[in-house]
Design a binder for this molecule. Structure first.
Ligand code: CA
Length: 234
């Protein structure tokens, strides 16, 4: 079996060793670095299938590490999971904005971390999975872009164009967290008129229309929204 190689960039030795130990026990190959520069160098030199990235690092901040990984053609397709302390929601939003694929907040259980790693490896990065015309069927919900149709438990429901694009965007990437800004960008495509609260209004309308299936659109407090993944409840 091919072993996935995980790069861990974390400056606290206890946490780094705990992560390394748990990944290794689950059969992952692990490489590690204790600061941002060394981490970047490690990933560029040796490659990785996924990066676990602490934010508060000596020298180069994790956000900058993520931005550099995601703006370099050689590394942009490597998924990045941000590992950050609780209460750093604004940093998480920044991280997702520069292309991070998911995040885990400290303290976390090894089980949660492994589940996130597996989920992100399974779904790949955003760049891998564009598919604007993809028909989606999930738990009684059908979203069909070609016919511009939404069905909930077999019954057609009217969606506005914006609501439809928003729902399709979320549902195309189950389990992925989107910030409000990312959602607004994708549905309206004009950064000049970003009013992030608009997204909440649209999501409220979408949930109302989803009725019994409203739980499929999950609120991530302080960060944004995600479409429910089968293997993740939130
Ligand atoms: Ca740290």
């Amino acid at each position: 079996m091919e072993r996935h190689r995980i790069a861990v960039i974390e400056d606290e030795p206890d946490i780094r060793e705990m992560i390394e130990h748990n990944l290794a026990r689950e059969g992952f190959a692990v490489v590690a670095a204790a600061d941002g520069e060394a981490g970047l160098d490690l990933v560029r030199r040796r490659g990785a299938d996924l990066v676990l990235l602490d934010l508060l690092l000596p020298g180069l901040h994790g956000i900058e590490v993520c931005r550099r990984l995601k703006s370099d053609a050689a590394t942009r397709r490597i998924p990045v999971i941000i590992v950050s302390a609780k209460g750093e929601e604004s940093d998480i939003v920044l991280g997702l904005g520069v292309g991070a694929d998911d995040y885990v907040t400290k303290p976390f259980s090894p089980r949660e971390l492994i589940a996130r790693v597996r989920a992100v490896l399974r779904r790949g990065t955003l760049q891998d999975e564009e598919g604007a015309d993809k028909r989606i069927e999930r738990e009684g919900l059908v979203v069909d872009p070609l016919r511009h149709e939404v069905q909930v438990d077999g019954l057609p429901v009217d969606f506005t164009a914006t609501e439809f694009r928003l729902l399709h965007r979320l549902a195309s990437h189950p389990g992925r967290v989107f910030t409000r800004e990312q959602l607004l960008d994708s549905v309206i495509g004009d950064r000049a008129v970003v009013i992030e609260r608009n997204i909440d209004v649209h999501v409220r309308a979408i949930r109302k229309k989803l009725g019994n299936r409203r739980h499929l659109v999950v609120t991530i407090r302080g960060v944004g929204y995600r479409f429910r993944d089968q293997e993740q409840s939130a």
